[in-house]
Design a protein around this ligand. Structure first.
Ligand code: ZN
Length: 247
């Protein structure tokens, strides 16, 4: 089956629309979403409704947890905190109910889904320093492959079962056949609605779980439309600057 993979939409409807059009070209059968539908962006209800319509396999991101009272908003830095407070006030009951019910982990065949770091964190960033923490709890996640979001950078990290080997973050390839090996991979799919790797285009991916092939895509979208709506909503202007730079 072919899966369309999206993560970290962050209330950016033009980016989501562009990515879904791209995934349509790949004739994906189903969708999976790694969380953070909301936060930063001006379209939380439109994005939540559009993602819910896909009927995806989905896990909660830290921003989804924060706007539904499952994570403290005052743990966030000032800019995301301001946007989260705006978002929490803007959510319709239908959107809130959908976000409040999202689980922390999911399973796509033999692949684990979690927002930030396996086995179940929606908060801890994937880095070479935190990877050993995920490995130390490997008994809690039997899957050899885990898809995550959260850092907004498309990257993969190979984690050897032998903790003596230092894990290394690498850029995610645009076409990758994931061979079965004695190692674990944690794969960050990048962000639809707020890329932070210096490329302002939206990220998405196609996962063929029969053949073990992961393809990543970058998609141009109407940045002016979303930055206009950020300003009109009175959201922090830094979010608009970030979208133009992809940082
Ligand atoms: Zn995010």
């Amino acid at each position: 089956m072919r899966w369309g993979l999206i993560s970290d939409v962050h209330g950016n409807l033009p980016a989501l629309e562009a990515v879904l059009a791209e995934l349509d070209r790949f004739a994906v059968d189903r969708y999976a979403c790694l969380g953070d539908l909301v936060g930063y962006g001006p379209h939380p209800n439109e994005v939540t409704a559009a993602v819910a319509d896909l009927g995806p396999l989905i896990v909660a991101g830290n921003h989804d947890l924060a706007v539904t009272g499952r994570l403290r908003i005052d743990w966030f830095a000032p800019t995301p905190r301001e946007a989260l407070e705006w978002t929490a006030a803007a959510l319709t009951p239908i959107s809130r109910d959908y976000l409040a019910a999202l689980p922390l982990t999911g399973r796509l065949g033999a692949v684990r889904l979690v927002h930030a770091l396996p086995p179940e964190s929606a908060v801890t960033y994937l880095t070479e320093r935190t990877a050993p923490e995920a490995l130390a709890r490997a008994g809690e996640w039997p899957e050899r492959l885990c898809f995550v979001g959260h850092t907004h950078r498309p990257q993969r990290l190979e984690v050897a079962d032998d903790a003596a080997l230092t894990p290394q973050l690498q850029p995610l390839l645009s076409y990758w056949t994931v061979t079965s090996s004695a190692r674990r991979w944690i794969v960050n799919l990048g962000s639809v609605g707020q890329p932070r790797d210096g490329d302002a285009r939206a990220c998405c991916a196609v996962w063929d779980d029969d053949r073990g092939i992961l393809q990543t895509r970058r998609v141009v979208y109407d940045v002016d439309r979303v930055t206009h709506d950020i300003e009109a909503a009175g959201l922090p202007p830094g979010s608009a600057t970030r979208l133009r730079l992809g940082e």
